[in-house]
Design a protein. Structure first.
Ligand code: SF4
Length: 187
């Protein structure tokens, strides 16, 4: 059953976030082009890279791009789950960890040392950043369903604009999303 409340005059509230993502899924959402104007008649954006809202409010739909690579990702994801009636894993990174999960084959400490401490061209004295303001990286990159319940998965790297459009229209109409032929892909 679709957990989004489909009826009523009010606009649906939609939050979006990029965790360990590349913002490519957000770019693909924006690729619906002039259909954005139609979309904005039906929804309003809450916390999102597209708005200046810092704290997520109560939302109907949360679109999560990116997997989990650090402690802040986990905290933000839990906030999204707590505030969104319907939570969607958008794109390969959120669904499987995606290409960033390639680092799961490597040792985190060795990687950080290589990048920040011993890479050719670094200034003398360079070291792994340790400011407490920085979120600690996780040993492995995780898909979001390993931490919270996910209602729907929208595959692709990124999902196409047409896939976003069909998916969101189904959700807005109170239907269980069903992507037709040609809209489901994983690359
Ligand atoms: S799924 Fe692809 S486009 Fe989306 S955040 Fe991951 S790498 Fe970027």
């Amino acid at each position: 059953m679709n957990p989004v409340l489909p009826h009523g005059p009010r606009k649906l509230k939609v939050a979006t976030v990029s965790l360990a993502g590349c913002f490519g899924c957000h770019m693909s959402l924006l690729d619906i082009d002039e259909r954005l104007l139609t979309l904005l008649e039906r929804i309003e954006f809450d916390r999102s890279p597209l708005t200046d809202i810092k704290e997520i409010g109560h939302c109907d739909i949360g679109l999560v791009e990116g997997g989990l690579c650090n402690a802040e990702n986990v905290m933000v994801l839990r906030e999204f789950r707590a505030h969104c009636k319907t939570l969607v894993a958008v794109g390969a990174c959120a669904i499987t960890g995606g290409l960033p999960a390639q680092r799961n084959h490597l040792d985190l400490g060795v990687m950080l040392t290589n990048v920040y401490g011993s890479r050719h061209g670094l200034a003398a004295g360079s070291a792994i950043p340790s400011d407490p303001e920085l979120p600690l990286p996780l040993n492995k990159v995780h898909p979001i369903h390993e931490v919270v319940h996910v209602d729907y998965f929208l595959p692709g790297c990124p999902p196409s604009a047409d896939a976003f459009w069909a998916f969101l229209n189904d959700l807005m109409a109170g239907r269980t999303p069903h992507l037709g032929h040609g809209l489901i892909h994983y690359d």
